[in-house]
Design a protein around this ligand. Sequence first.
Ligand SMILES: C[S@@+](CC[C@H](N)C(=O)[O-])C[C@H]1O[C@@H](n2cnc3c(N)ncnc32)[C@H](O)[C@@H]1O
Length: 301
Amino acid sequence: MDDKYGRSPLWEHHNSTAITRKAVTDLSGFKSNAVNFKLALWDPASNGVRYLKTLAHELAMRMSEEEWRRLRRVRNRDVGAPISARVHGQDVCVDYLQAVFELGFISRNVTLDNARVLEVGAGYGRTCHSMMSNHDIAEYCIVDLDNALLLSRAYLERVLDEESFSRIRFVRAEEVEAALEGRRYDLCVNIDSFAEMNPETVEHYLNLVDAHCAHLYVNNPVGKYLPDGHSDDDEVVRYALSTGPLRQVLDIYDSEAVSAAAVRFVSAYRPGEHWKCAAEARSVPWSYYWQALYGNENPVP
Ligand SMILES: C[S@@+](CC[C@H](N)C(=O)[O-])C[C@H]1O[C@@H](n2cnc3c(N)ncnc32)[C@H](O)[C@@H]1O
């Protein structure tokens, strides 16, 4: 037999492992099993990083000139060794691409230059870093749990210049009421954080926002989902299902289900009767994160 057109060692291997005679006779699930993982799709279970880098690459390739300018102004994004792709000579990671999109949405609706900003639940501080690198922020107050405060303080001191860092105030969550007394903020930011708190804690924070802030930006999931496959940690899943004001389980990859849940989202995070939602949208790239910007129609004293 002429093997001029025959199999490479790679395909000999595939034909004896994944794409076997037996496997190709079963059409019932081949598109999401080992057969298709050697044909049209990389196995998502073992190629997670590849998909993440692809996401970063694709998001960056679609950015506008203005978004690129915003991203380039944020220096030292490499601190902490993020998982990145390289686009147009810049290392890009999903954290800061999201920060650029979030900042774009916020700055279209609130004047940030000279603003006083309060952020609840800042993580390592990517939002503060991005906002301070793009705007002349008068004060940036971070309220968080103790361990996250340790991280954001160290990170922001490393990535920002001394003068910008000196305008950040770090407040322990348990001391927030006393720390905010007599203060007012132009904007409160909460990203991916209210949905992980006890529902009554969110209520307390929204009351503080009502009393001290002129605007609120919220970016959180519209509801809950069950793990796609097997979860090693049923207890954590149980905890996650019990947090935040929006605990309804939905199909987070069904855009109509998400749009219906988004209506509940906009109403759940409105801090009070006299607050109006000025803008709302899905939060790219996630199918089930929503963002809303509210304005306080009562002047904050
Ligand atoms: C998933 S992280 C999101 C971090 C950041 N906003 C981001 O998007 O990169 C949740 C954040 O909420 C904070 N957090 C959780 N419970 C909190 C509470 N009761 N009060 C203040 N912050 C809280 C955590 O410490 C963490 O910083």
